[in-house]
Design a protein around this ligand. Sequence first.
Ligand SMILES: CCCCCCCCCCCCC/C=C/C(=O)SCCNC(=O)CCNC(=O)[C@H](O)C(C)(C)COP(=O)(O)OP(=O)(O)OC[C@H]1O[C@@H](n2cnc3c(N)ncnc32)[C@H](O)[C@@H]1OP(=O)(O)O
Length: 724
Amino acid sequence: VLNYASVHPPVHLLRYTVVQDISAVVRALEQGVKKADVDPAVKAVVICGTNGTFSAGADIRGFSSIQAGDRPSLASVIDLIERSEKPVVAAIEGMALGGALEVALGCHYRVAHAQAWVGLPEVTLGLLPGAGGTQRLPRLIGVPAALDLITTGKHVLAAEALKLGIIDEIMEENTIDAAIHLANKVSGQPLNSRRLSLKQVQSLPNMDAILSEALVKVKKQARGCLSPEMCVQAVKASVQLPFTEGIRKERELFNLLLSSGQAKALQYVFFAQRAAQKWTTSSGASWKTASAQPIRKVAVIGLGTMGRGIVTSLVKAKMSVVALEQDQKQLEVGARAVTSLLEREASKMPWIGQRPDACDPALLQFTLDFSVLQDADLVIEAVFEDMALKKEIFHKLSAICKPGSFLCTNTSALDIDEIASATSRPHQVIGTHFFSPAHVMKLVEIIHGRHTSPITIATAMGLAKTIGKIGVVVGNCFGFVGNRMMAPYAEQAVFLLEEGCKPKEVDQALEGFGFNLGPFRMLDLAGLDVGWRSRKGQGLTGPKLAPGTPARLRGRRRYSPLPDLLCENGRYGQKTGRGWYQYEKPGARIANPDPWLHNFLIRYRDAHHIKARFIDEEEILERCLYTLINEGFQILDDGIASDPEDIDVIYIYGYGWPKHRGGPMFYASTIGLPRILAKLQKYSEAHPDIPRMQPSAFLKKLVFLGNPPLKEWMSHAGHQSSKL
Ligand SMILES: CCCCCCCCCCCCC/C=C/C(=O)SCCNC(=O)CCNC(=O)[C@H](O)C(C)(C)COP(=O)(O)OP(=O)(O)OC[C@H]1O[C@@H](n2cnc3c(N)ncnc32)[C@H](O)[C@@H]1OP(=O)(O)O
């Protein structure tokens, strides 16, 4: 891990590589600094990394073994560095993240390569910079900038770090030589002014307001996630307390976070997101053997809400795009919408000024001419959810597109195999389920059909990565993973209304749990007509419904006609200004309880002889969340998702599941599968007409096997993951 290398005497170079064994690095760093301190031949020290990287910080896997008492050791080594009578210079190449930046902050000088970047990502892992970072950074760059970096975990490039004052010098090349040169130059000069622990935090007249506004902001954004709030508390301590007391406070807050459980969940998500990129299918295809084909030109069919967002994402990633509509008017409306989205995106990216080509309109062509699509490497069809229309388009694409083109359908539920059957190249057909708004949401479900080739999967995954999305490979079934699990959740929410809840009560319970939006606000945003169209297509309502079908039963299953009745009343959600809530005008966003709906529910319950009862938050949460989780177990058993991590990534990045709870399957593992099973059994006995409440056989099996850890679940699934 450590080389104590004499490079240009009298400067000594301490080199570090990957920080896997945290305590070994801390010990080695301590020994290196102590040795340099007592060696009379050494006049200065440079700390750098190897292979062009200072350090990405600690190995996250090592956090689980950190004991509360271990923590101060890096902090004390950083103190040792800072107290050294010989100047210590950090030479930052590549990146300095987390503990590594804290080490650099303990150095007296910091030199960085122009392409290097720095950051304190601890907050995203449920922690805070606990080796003095929350006390030194505000002393170096002031409270507002330090709060921004520490509470978001964002990375900044060397140029910005220089502007902020984190870095003293930037080099285009030979960063280590420059650091050695600087170390030689400052050798013998007084160091007190370079010791951040001795500096005062720059006082600001509105400091109290800055701190309290920061707290309000992070509380609002974090929805129950503790680490951003603790970060603000720690920075506040740097303002209000002397350095050593501030460090004590930082340690106390760090230990609290370390034992909170949220840190474990967030660290799980870090690895789950990366594991999802290593896709496999139940037939044995995998990322290891399939390579993505290069995609230069993409065509998008349909410029509705989804198509516009998809085009925007592609252009932002500098891909050449052809956007097709069926008539001139729709083409013009769509083109205007895309232009405005691109302008809005550009205004959010100030660095775009330095990269004038970032949203280059020359990359984008709007057309009505289907034949322009013939040389596209990949086509994404994004018309509305109508199987006949999609099949017609795929039939045409199959005839027009060059033989190597990949054909993707943006669908949230439809059968990929049926769509592929309209082509002569089903192996090149794949589902790419984007989430709305598609230029913002990170997730893309990549759905392989029976005939989809591994190269097609790899190419769709590659495209997702290129445009900054997180692709997750899933199997083909109605609703795939995300919407299939959403169905029992939304169904429970509506049953709860029938039984006595108000939409706001259900939403508040789930927003309190940490969702960005509760189910009714989410449905109003997505548009109630989407589900209505799908239910009509399935014959659950509308003209295809058999006459004489009881209002609240489909076969022997409980059914709620409430969402259909709302649509029949023209209440489609936000877009019509009325849905489960009322809005000031169509398109407005603030949801207000609607007395009309309240009276409607009373009349509905009377008509169906339902006696309203009080339903507490616990029941709301358990019925909505546990039925969703139950479907997740069924999906794993069916092989539609290859492991629980994939489901969790889908829920976090596509459905607003609170990240600090680690995704539904991780959450289930923290609650304990026996408890989930017992609750589902209780509710399904009370509601025998709701099949989705019947515990899945896989869940029962795992409980029978003694509630094994999440990592072992798939070795017991009916459909075993080929990742094993
Ligand atoms: C020279 C001075 C050295 C001083 C060193 C001091 C060290 C401190 C030791 C004491 C510790 C005290 C407390 C410290 C806390 C911290 O440091 S918290 C900060 C931890 N670091 C991070 O959060 C960085 C997380 N990683 C990333 O952001 C990115 O991975 C990356 C580094 C920017 C690289 O991105 P990219 O190129 O896109 O690759 P990825 O796909 O993301 O990752 C590649 C594989 O590497 C694995 N990985 C990455 N980071 C870590 C990590 N920190 N710990 C463990 N593993 C990591 C990642 O999982 C990928 O793995 P595979 O999927 O298996 O390939």
